[in-house]
Design a protein around this ligand. Sequence first.
Ligand code: G6P
Length: 771
Amino acid sequence: MRLLSVRLIVSLVLGITLVSLCFSYYEVLGEKRALRSDLERRDEILGESLAANLERSWSTGSEGLPDNTPSSGMQRLVQQFGNREHLLGVAVYDRQGAVVAMTPELANRLSASPPPVTQAIAQARQQSSFVRWGSVPVHILALPIRRQDELLGGLAVVHDASYIRTQILRVWRETFFRVLAQVFLIVLVTLQMVRWSVAGPIARAAQWMRALRTGKISFGQEAPDLDMFRPLAREVATMAESLNHARIAAENEARLRDAGESLWTAERLSVQLRTRLGDGRLFVVSNLEPYMHRRNGKALEVVVPPSGLVTALEPVLEACDGTWIAHGNGDADAEVVDAAGRLRVPPDDPRYTLRRIWLTKEEEAVYYYGFANEGLLPLCHIAHTRPLFRADDWQYYREVNRKFATAVFEEIEGVPKPVVLVQDYHFALLPRLIKAKRPDARVAIFWHIPWPNPEAFGICPWQRELVKGLLGADLIGFHIQSHCNNFLETVDRVVESRVDWEHFSALRQDHRTVVRPFPISVAFSNENAAENSNHGFNYLERSALMRSLGVETTFLGIGVDRVDYTKGILERLLAVERFFEKYPSYRGKFTFVQIGAPSRTHIKRYHDLLAEVEAEAERINWRFQGGNWRPIVFLKRQHSHREIEPFYRAADLCLVTSLHDGMNLVAKEFLAARRDESGVLVLSQFTGAARELRDALLVNPYDIDQTAEAIRAALEMEPEDKHVRVQRMRKVIKEHNIYYWAGNLITELCELRLEADEDLQEQFRSSASAA
Ligand code: G6P
């Protein structure tokens, strides 16, 4: 810091001095010019009036001399004029340059006519020049003396100009002192300003960074007043957070190694992916994009859709700097991408590429809302909502799949052995389209929703095309084994193929597709487990939460869903009502909070469902509510993970009553949030999660009484029983977390033998035998 101040002072002194001297130099030059022209002007006035007098006395000569002969009285005249301040003298010459009259001071300096006079006579024009007489600078003004058109002679007015030099020296002296004072004051003020606005904030920033590094403050905590260093502070906070994550990850790894456990972490996934992919690159295709840009007035907002899919795939893409191809759905999405529709994300720490695909309103309405969500979604979920199959929807679905295929080809062009992970029911035709053009690509599709039995699937008029499209993939993943079974049975019935039940694969037109269960999960983290295992914690948090909702209650239940008919929300509310009917002592003591994110509301079924859920909650509330208590709180909006977490942690029970669900990540999120190892999960037996989470209270959501009983059982469960169950279920999620899911899926895909590889082997074998 001291060295910095010395450097700063030296540069300031040099800089200011240089600049001031430049300005002063021009100032002095101006001053000199002004003094000289003032002297010239004065000499001119003097010279002109003397010349007029001389001309007169020349013409009125009284000593019988010719008219053009100067009179001796001129000597008096020049002596009379020569008596002025700084004037060295005056001399008069005749036409030939001989002296006619001269002041005595000039007598020994000016004998013959000096050059300016000779020139003035010769050119009949005034001459002015500055010359040096020894060390004395003088100004000579020479004028011709005329009588009408006749030239009589010349006149020289000689001025001592040394006073100009004295004046200039005085100006330089003043300048010197001014520059000195200026430098001193500017350095003083600058140093003071630097201390206030730079050194102060730097010291505060350093203190704040030290506190961050040593964990005295949390990452969310704003930096102190840092003025212009705020952007730097933001970067530092992100860096400190990454460092802290790295430290925690390293500690976790070390702890796991020490305990002989082998858990999946983001870091392990990253290493695994890099090893498996080698020089291959990873591409993910989904309808939903991980980041959406929206306009909010003049501001640009980045929205992360609250989807399990995003949570699951983001670490995978980050680990290997892959490319995510998705529908650009945000109203400001196009503003932030390059010409090819690409941008780097996450916005504050770019680690992979997002390629946005633009769909017209019509394409979105028909492919997404129509075929995918009014056709395939109810087809695959046995939730008794009739699928709608329209020929137009199917056409658009095919076209949009082709559109995405084109984008995939653009992205994988020139990439050797690309690995492509296609997501979900929006892209059943994509695997075949990709493999047809790029057989060297490894293609997997993960089907996030259930696959029904062949009879149920058979009502789809385009079931053959869908199955053929899927069989283009090298690997098809479902959440659970029974979906794999249903799929292979469907394949067996609808297309020409050989199903290999032993290896769970289907061979069609020399292409093998392997079918496997990969139960999706959440990013379970053990961070700060001790911090939150305090038993009073959820009681306090619950009171604060409920106060914020304006409700007083003792027990809290929570449900979190997109408002979708597959989720069994109405059945859940009926079960809550039944619970209060059967156990009136809980009235005034138990409140069920349903967080419901409106979803796909352009579809009538979804739109109506939202209204029905609201009406049902209102009806039940009206029936039982009293004072500051309500049986149901319906929070109808999308909530972020951060907003939902406190509800998970504070709840006595979580209700997941899907009528049918591929997996259901809410069940796993609830358990992952319960670091206190308490709370009860009531879980529909028709979810994929029910296969893994055997310690939940499993219910048939259609059986309203059974769910009502499960609510009572959950509220009255012994703490020890809750603890053992939650502990066991958390262990399942911890071991089979999202990194395990991604690691397994991609490892399996990368280890498959592709026909393209086999063809190469074959070529190699035949060329070897020919040789
Ligand atoms: C289901 C689907 C996902 C989809 C999510 C959200 O979980 O399996 O593919 O992303 O719902 O649906 P939305 O239609 O709102 O994007």
